[in-house]
Every structure is written in C-alpha cells, then in structure tokens.
Design a protein around this ligand. Sequence first.
Ligand code: ATR
Length: 284
Amino acid sequence: MSDSLIRAAVIGDPVAHSLSPRMHGYWITQAGVSGSYTSLHVSEEDFASVVRLLPKMGFTGVNVTLPHKEQAARIADVREPLVERIGAANSLTFQADGSIAAANTDAVGFTGILKATLVSRIITKGAALILGAGGAAKAAAAGLINDGWGRIIAINRTPAKAEALARSFPASIVEPASWAELPTLTPQADLIVNATSLGMRGKPDLEISLRDAKPSAVAADIVYTPLETRFLAEARHQGLAVVDGLGMLIHQGAPCFRAWFGAEPVIDETLRAMLVAELGERGR
Ligand code: ATR
C-alpha cells in the first residue's frame, strides 16, 4: 500500500457490538491523523490466514476480541512477557520486518482506569479479590501485581481454573479460593473485581453481599453492558467507590492507538458520553 492512511481494525466473532471503531474513530478525528479503524468479522478457522494478509493490505495493527485472544497469542512471532504468562493477546502489531508482535493491554487498561477514577482517593494496595479466572481475570491480576498489590485472591466457579490462574504467577502472590469463602473474604478486601461474565445483559447477576465490605473498598466491574451492573449498584448503595467496565475498554485501547497512529488519544467526558450513548441505543 503506498498511501499514507494508517489502517487498524478490531477482529472478532461476533464483532458488530464492538465500541472500538467508535472510540478509535474519535481519537483519529481529535488527533487529526490520516487513519481508519474498522471492524472485521472473522471466524476462528479463518483468523490466522486473515491476520497474515492484513499487513499486505496496509494494516498497521489489530485489536483482537473473543474468541480469538488465545489464537492471537499463539500465531504471533513475538510476544511480550505478559502475553506469555496469560496466553492471550488483545492486540497484534504488524512490524516493518514482517513479524507480528502480540501484546495484552487489558492489564494496563484495568489499572489505568483504577488510577484515573480513584485519583483523589487513597487506595490501600492490600488485598484484591478477583471473581473469575478467565482471560480478563488474569489480565486484572497481572495489572495489580505489576502495580504493587500484595495479596490477590482469585475465586472462580470452577476451582481448577482459579488454581491454574494462581500457578501462572510467581509463588503465592495469588491465592485461589472457593466461592463458599466469599463471605469471609469480602470484609478483608480493599478491591473487589468482577471479572466473570455475570451481570452482563442476558446473564444472571453476580450475587454478592457487600454489607460487610470495608467502607474504603473499591468495587470494579469488567462488564459494561449494562454500565451499572447489579454488583456496582449494590456497591454504590453500600457507599463504596465504583469503577465500571467502560473505563477499562477505553484504557486498553489507548496504548494501541498510541502505538499504531503515533498520536495521543484524547480521553475525556465527550468520548465517554459518546460511548455511553452508543450503549444506550443498543440497549433499547
Ligand atoms: P474472559 O476471557 O472474558 O474472562 P472466559 O474465559 O469465558 O472469558 O471467563 C468467564 C468467567 O466467568 C469464568 O471465570 C467463568 O467461570 P468458569 O471458569 O467456572 O466457567 C465465569 N462465569 C461465567 N458464567 C458464570 C456463572 N453462571 N457463575 C459463575 N461464574 C461464571
């Protein structure tokens, strides 16, 4: 491709729901760069061959969403250490030498929004309770460890997956625990993260009592459809600080935009309001 347009995309199956084209489109306009960001609906069977073709079609990089994050990590030629640890990538960059580099910005997305939201609040980096043990839970755990959290407890419906998550990090930083221990662990937590799909529109709610949670605790949800999950509503009701899933989406996209378009992404209320409006339209 000889034109100077920088091309990027999000690849998924399904992908029509993705907010990434809107978000990157806003950043492209704000930064005044010559770029395009589209969505590509690609099946699991076609993923590897499509990805190999994209650099030849002038693409600089792609975000990868469900169900391709593990395959993206596998087919890359170069993986950052976090991708090796988690076994999943959410971004692929097509490098000048023809190689494909895999990164996972979900971890910095998670800690980025925690910092941005709680900027005026002193948050004790003590115990973090993570519910879930999939890719999102691993990314959250990695981000928190990197940020200096001392104790991370992973609780999952399938205990073997929480144990596997714990094993993928240095000795004893992550403790696996069972769902039945939730009532005794909740009061010890400085941060409670829902990294399961519970609470998503069409799925059951996350049933958790926050009555005994520390008043200073923070509740974070990776779910953003709806924006205010029952879990976050309950946390707000108990007076806890809350962090919703839209912030994580924005903060995982920002480093990708920076890398591919070579400009600073504008993170402001206009962007958030635009994405919230988009979600609202879909929810109807
Ligand atoms: P992701 O990579 O986005 O985290 P995932 O790997 O499918 O997605 O993980 C989804 C998480 O939600 C898992 O921790 C899953 O628990 P299991 O490992 O036991 O499947 C959790 N989850 C999904 N539905 C659930 C339910 N009804 N009750 C409890 N946990 C649930």
